[in-house]
Write a protein that binds this ligand. Structure first.
Ligand code: ZN
Length: 147
């Protein structure tokens, strides 16, 4: 049996208990949501993007397993203050890492994602990790089509 402790590290549980940037954003520039019917995960992103295409603020709401909530929380830390082109690159990178097209040790450079290395032992949970990133990709597409 794979080590469940490796999946639920303290830092993951901490993000799940007190997610960063959780709540509603007033007057968002763009919103996008995503659902994972397998474990009932749901995430809704709200972003405020300024005229220089920088994310000025981000909030999320949602419910689901600890992995999906922690991933959304960690994601908002990484997304805040970045530009739209930087985010397109970052979301591609994260999705490729979790689809094992890029080496997992790249996670060590991506904030608290380093704590999510254990998820590679639980392939079904990779959808939970990527849920907020797929929502972000939707938001980025909306931004680009509205320019
Ligand atoms: Zn989940």
């Amino acid at each position: 049996m794979a080590d469940v402790d490796a999946l639920y590290q303290k830092v993951i549980l901490e993000h799940n208990r007190k997610p960063h940037h959780y709540g509603e954003l007033t007057e968002p520039t763009v919103t996008a949501g995503e659902e994972n019917p397998v474990c009932g995960d749901k995430v809704q992103l709200m972003l405020r993007i300024n005229s220089s295409h920088i994310v000025e603020d981000i909030r999320f709401t949602g419910r689901g397993c600890a992995i999906s909530i922690a991933s959304a929380s960690i994601m908002t830390d990484l997304v805040h203050s970045k530009s739209l082109p930087e985010l397109q690159q970052l979301s591609r990178q994260i999705i490729d890492i979790f689809h094992q097209k890029l080496p997992p040790d790249l996670l060590s450079q991506l904030g608290d994602y380093a704590a999510l290395q254990g998820v590679f032992q639980f392939p079904v949970r990779i959808k939970c990790v990527l849920l907020p990133w797929h929502a972000l990709e939707k938001a980025l597409e909306l931004c680009l089509s509205n320019r």
